[in-house]
Design a protein around this ligand. Structure first.
Ligand code: AHR
Length: 318
C-alpha cells in the first residue's frame, strides 16, 4: 500500500498537479502567437523557427496568421485573451494603434512579448520585452554601402527605394537609417520611393513603374530581399543587367538573395535574422514565471558582399 501511495504521489508531481498556470493549468505554458503573415522568405523562416522552438521547449503554441492586416492581429490577440493563454507574443504588422488591445491583455494579467517588430506606444508597461533587430542600423548599413560604392562617382547618384509595408517598423526604420547616412551628401538623390509591401510580386510591379517614370536609376535600395528579387525580374524585363546597370542593395539575407548576390545580380545584402524562435521561447518561459527580463533584446547580424554571399550559401538554411 505504501509503495502504491508513493507511486501515485510521484505521478501527480510528474503531471504538474497542484501548481499554478494559465489556460491549461499545470506547469505547461500556452503561448498565443500572432504572426504578420507569409509575405516573404524571411517570414516563412521566422514562422518555422517559432513553431520548431515551441515544440522543442514543450510550449503549447496557438498560432494565428494575420495576412498582413492589423485588424486580424487585433482579433487574434482578443481571442488569445478569451482563451486565457499564459503569454501572448506578436510581431506587429504596423507600429501604431495597439494601446487599446494591449490594455485589455494587461487587465487580464496576460504578459505580452513583442517579437521582430516594435510598436510606437509611449506606454512601455504594455509589453514585457522586445526581441528582434535594430532596423535603423540595417538601413544605415545599406546607406554606408552606397556611399562607399559611389564615393568616387561624379554627378548625382540616382536612387530608387522599394519600401516595406507602410507604417511597419522595418519600413520606417530602414528608411530612416538609410536617409541618415546618404543625407550627409547632396550628390545622393532618391528619385523614386514607394511601398512594395515586402512581397516579390509588388516589388516587381513597382520597379516596372519606376523604370518607366523615374528616368535613369543608378541604385535600387530594397527594404527586403523579396522585393529586390521581384525588381530583378523587372530590370531584366527592361533589357538591363541587375547588379551592373543598376546596383542593388537589399535587407534580409535569405538563400535566394545570397544566390542572386553570388550570381552578380545583387551587390550587397544586409542581414536581418529571422531565427528568433529559441530566444523567444526562453523569454516566454521567464515572463510566464514572473522573472525580470531586459526590456529590449537585439539579435546579432552581419552583411554580405558578393564574395561573402557565395561563401555563406552552402550553410544557409532558409
Ligand atoms: O519585420 C521583418 C521584415 O518583415 C523582413 O525584412 C521582411 O522580409 C518581412 O516581411
Amino acid at each position: 500500500m505504501a509503495a502504491l501511495a508513493a507511486g501515485a504521489a510521484a505521478l501527480m508531481v510528474a503531471a504538474g498537479c497542484g501548481s499554478a498556470g494559465g489556460s491549461g493549468g499545470g506547469d505547461s505554458i500556452t503561448l498565443g502567437f500572432a504572426q504578420v503573415g507569409a509575405e516573404s522568405g524571411w517570414r516563412t523562416a521566422n514562422t518555422k523557427s517559432v513553431r520548431q522552438a515551441a515544440r522543442d521547449a514543450g510550449i503549447e503554441l496557438k498560432f494565428s496568421d494575420a495576412q498582413q492586416k492589423q485588424e486580424n492581429q487585433i482579433k487574434a490577440i482578443r481571442s488569445f485573451i478569451q482563451q486565457r493563454v499564459d503569454v501572448i507574443a506578436f510581431s506587429p504588422v504596423v507600429e501604431s494603434g495597439w494601446d487599446t488591445v494591449l490594455k485589455e491583455a494587461q487587465r487580464a494579467d496576460i504578459p505580452v512579448v513583442l517579437t521582430d517588430r516594435a510598436i510606437d506606444s509611449p506606454d512601455t508597461s504594455l509589453y514585457e520585452t522586445f526581441l528582434g533587430s535594430d532596423f535603423v542600423e540595417e538601413g544605415r548599413k545599406a546607406g554606408r554601402w552606397v556611399t562607399e560604392e559611389f564615393g568616387d562617382a561624379e554627378g548625382t547618384v540616382r536612387i530608387a527605394e522599394l519600401q516595406g509595408t507602410t507604417g511597419s517598423a522595418p519600413a520606417n526604420d530602414r528608411k530612416q537609417g538609410f536617409a541618415e547616412v546618404i543625407g550627409n551628401d547632396a550628390k545622393y538623390k532618391i528619385v523614386a520611393s514607394q511601398t512594395g509591401d515586402f512581397t516579390r510580386a509588388k516589388g516587381k510591379e513597382v520597379m516596372e513603374a519606376f523604370l518607366k517614370s523615374a528616368g535613369e536609376i543608378d541604385v535600387l535600395y530594397a527594404h527586403n530581399d523579396d522585393m529586390a528579387l521581384g525588381a530583378i525580374e523587372a530590370i531584366e524585363g527592361a533589357g538591363l543587367k541587375p547588379g551592373e546597370d543598376i546596383k542593388i542593395v537589399s535587407v534580409d539575407g535569405v538563400k535566394d538573395a545570397l544566390q542572386a548576390a553570388a550570381d552578380g545580380e545583387i551587390n550587397y545584402v544586409v542581414e536581418c535574422n529571422p531565427l528568433l524562435g529559441p530566444q523567444l521561447m526562453d523569454l516566454v518561459k521567464k515572463v510566464a514565471a514572473g522573472e525580470q527580463v531586459p526590456k529590449r533584446v537585439e539579435v546579432e547580424e552581419t552583411a554580405f558582399d558578393q564574395q561573402a554571399a557565395e561563401k555563406a550559401l552552402p550553410d544557409r538554411k532558409y
